[in-house]
Structures are given as structure tokens and as C-alpha cells.
Design a protein. Structure first.
Length: 173
């Protein structure tokens, strides 16, 4: 899940000041190094973009569906980590607040949402059952995240300095 691009982030990219390692790729690589079969999910909209870039006619039905069938999505997975890499502003869900990046499969498979930039993301995805504030995408932070995920719930001992539930009842369910 990514944030809506602001004027400053677009300018930073244009000037070559933004970039570096993609946080999703970094987390995937760390999980693979620990022996997990990890991959980055490619949304239907991302598939359409690749079709266009390859000069192919995109399947417009993918855009309107915006999601895979749940059974197809979860059949080969044990866990989904939704990495929320949003450093400013609010999230951009592509199609709508129920769009392709929102975890619509939370009752079929365990989902862990990890917020890297905005500690109040739970207000936008209250349906997730496990929410971790990592606060950044540093290599050392992701090392600790992976180690703690492997250890289990008891490994997460920190106290969040803010109300991650944002005062919302449904975020606590």
C-alpha cells in the first residue's frame, strides 16, 4: 500500500533525491534469507500497467474488478504482510477505499499490517487483526521486524507512543 504522491515527493523523484531500496523488496529479501517463500503481490492494476508498458492491450475487466477472487488469492499462502509505506498524507487505494490494496481477505488468511511511515494507518484499514508500527523502512528495523515475527507475539514488547487506534471503535475490534 502506498500513499498518494504529493508535489514534493514527485519533485524529489524528478531530481533523483528519492529512491533507494524498495521497502517491499527489502522485506521480501529478508524473509527469503530466513527460509520463507516470500513474494510481492502484483495487483491487477499493476498487471494492467505492465501490459500497457509492453505495448499490449490491457484487460479493462481487471481494472473494474480490481481484485482477484479470494480463493485464488489465498490458495498458496499461509500469511499476508501488508506493508504500508506512507510517509506523508493519506493512503491512496487506487480504485476506492475498498480497492485492490485494502486487505479484503482478512477472514480467510492471517494478515499482518506493518506501517512504516504513518503510525495512524489503522484508521484506514481497521479490518486487519494484527497491526505493527515500524515507523521507518531502515534495514535494522526490518531485521528486528522479521526476527520478532519469527519469535511471535511475545517478542513485541514496545509501547506505542501514540493512539494507533485513532480513537476509533472499529479499529479495536
Amino acid at each position: 500500500m502506498k500513499g498518494a504522491e504529493s508535489g514534493m515527493s514527485a519533485l524529489a523523484k524528478a531530481m533523483g533525491m528519492a529512491g533507494g531500496t524498495n521497502p517491499a523488496e527489502l522485506l521480501r529479501d529478508k524473509l527469503i534469507s530466513k527460509g520463507f517463500d516470500a513474494f510481492i503481490y502484483e495487483s491487477p492494476v499493476d498487471k494492467m500497467k505492465k501490459q500497457i508498458e509492453a505495448g499490449e492491450k490491457p484487460d479493462i475487466n481487471i481494472y473494474f474488478a480490481g481484485k482477484n477472487a479470494i480463493a485464488d488469492f489465498v490458495k498458496d499462502m499461509d500469511l499476508v504482510i501488508t506493508l504500508c509505506d506512507i510517509n506523508e498524507g493519506r493512503p491512496s487505494f487506487g480504485l476506492s477505499k475498498g480497492g485492490g490494496e485494502i486487505p479484503w481477505y482478512v477472514f480467510e488468511i492471517p494478515v499482518v499490517a506493518v506501517s512504516c511511515g504513518q503510525p495512524t494507518m489503522l484508521a484506514d484499514i481497521p479490518q486487519v487483526r494484527t497491526y505493527i508500527n515500524a515507523y521507518d523502512t531502515k534495514d535494522s528495523t526490518f531485521d528486528a521486524l522479521v526476527e520478532n515475527l519469527m519469535t511471535g507475539e511475545e517478542a513485541f514488547k514496545g509501547q506505542d507512543p501514540i493512539d494507533s487506534f485513532c480513537g476509533l471503535f472499529d479499529a479495536r475490534l
